[in-house]
Design a protein around this ligand. Structure first.
Ligand SMILES: NC(=O)c1ccc[n+]([C@@H]2O[C@H](COP(=O)([O-])OP(=O)(O)OC[C@H]3O[C@@H](n4cnc5c(N)ncnc54)[C@H](OP(=O)(O)O)[C@@H]3O)[C@@H](O)[C@H]2O)c1
Length: 278
């Protein structure tokens, strides 16, 4: 039986095994998909072991996406842009192909499950870690009017914009300078919600905005609560993104494009996922 998995640290919370087994069931595949906990300094060893045992593909999650980028032979164009990967395909000839499906996952979730387009929108993107790195390229391809990035550590946002050489429609902003600004979309790409925390935004940033929390399965996070309190137009968490990025990995490994709706509707009731406000 072909073997797949997701490598991270921590990893026990991951829904990827459930999602990939549901995809496999839907397409009559038999496969094994397991969670793999890698010590923070042993990613290369874990990849080598998995490949030596005949493993076919891996998803890579926090905190290894940038490190894994260095450990493959060939990369997709979008992975080159993001300098981080979340998917590895192990080929028959022993080579490794790396891709990043987070960006396409976000855009498909917005389009398919929320019927929302970023075209011409003013976007506030919170964070400057792997998640924001992974989605920025895909967001820009949707031709928003502007993307403003705010991060707790501003220097990291400046460095991110510099290293991935994005266009003039992206700029970094200090938190205190947000008071004057209004947005159509606010995307929380920080991990602050995992600690019950958030970047404290002026209410005006969230008011009437489409608010997207990349963290999933945490119910009403501080970010979503602030969005509701400020009068956001629409709020959702990132479960749909998780499913869509997984579907793109599934396509890379199996060459099968899935209808994700059956999996989405199966998983979604167990989460306080969507909260339509208006
Ligand atoms: N739904 C999905 O499919 C999906 C996909 C990818 C990621 N995610 C989620 O996105 C989140 C971020 O992942 P990542 O890979 O970018 O993590 P990361 O590389 O570790 O980056 C973490 C980011 O969060 C910020 N942050 C952490 N704690 C904070 C706090 N208390 N207050 C304000 N900012 C804080 C960090 O700011 P500093 O730079 O100042 O440290 C940094 O910008 C994770 O929770 C992950 O679960 C979801």
């Amino acid at each position: 039986m072909n073997s797949y998995g997701v490598v991270g640290n921590p990893i026990q919370h991951s829904l990827s095994p459930l999602i990939h087994h549901l995809f496999a069931e839907q397409t009559n595949q038999t496969l094994r998909y397991q969670r793999i906990l890698a010590p923070r300094d042993r990613l290369e060893y874990v990849l080598n072991q998995f490949q030596a045992q005949g493993g076919k593909g891996l998803n890579i999650t926090l905190p290894f996406k940038q490190q894994a980028f260095q450990l493959v032979d060939r990369l997709s164009e979008r992975a080159c842009f993001t300098a981080s990967i979340n998917t590895i395909q192990f080929n028959e000839d022993g080579s490794r192909f790396g891709d990043n499906t987070d960006g396409v996952g976000l855009i498909r979730d917005l389009a398919l499950h929320h019927h929302f387009s970023l075209l011409g929108k003013r976007i506030l993107l919170l964070g400057a870690g792997g998640a924001v790195r992974g989605v920025l390229h895909a967001i820009l391809q949707e031709q928003p009017e502007e993307v403003v990035i705010v991060n707790r550590t501003e220097s990291k946002a400046i460095e991110l914009v510099k290293t991935i050489n994005v266009c003039s429609r992206v700029r970094v902003c200090a938190l205190h300078a947000l008071k004057e600004l209004l947005f159509d979309v606010v995307i929380n790409g920080t991990s602050a919600s995992l600690m019950g925390d958030m970047i404290r935004l002026p209410k005006t940033c969230l008011q009437n905005a489409f608010c997207y929390e990349m963290v999933y399965g945490k119910g009403m996070t501080p970010f979503l609560r602030a969005a509701v309190d400020a009068g956001a137009a629409y709020c959702t968490d990132g479960l749909g993104m998780l499913i869509e990025q997984a579907a793109e990995s599934f396509y890379i490994w199996h060459g099968i494009r899935l209808d994700t709706m059956p999996v989405y509707t199966k998983i979604i009731p167990s989460y306080f996922n969507m909260l339509r406000i208006t």
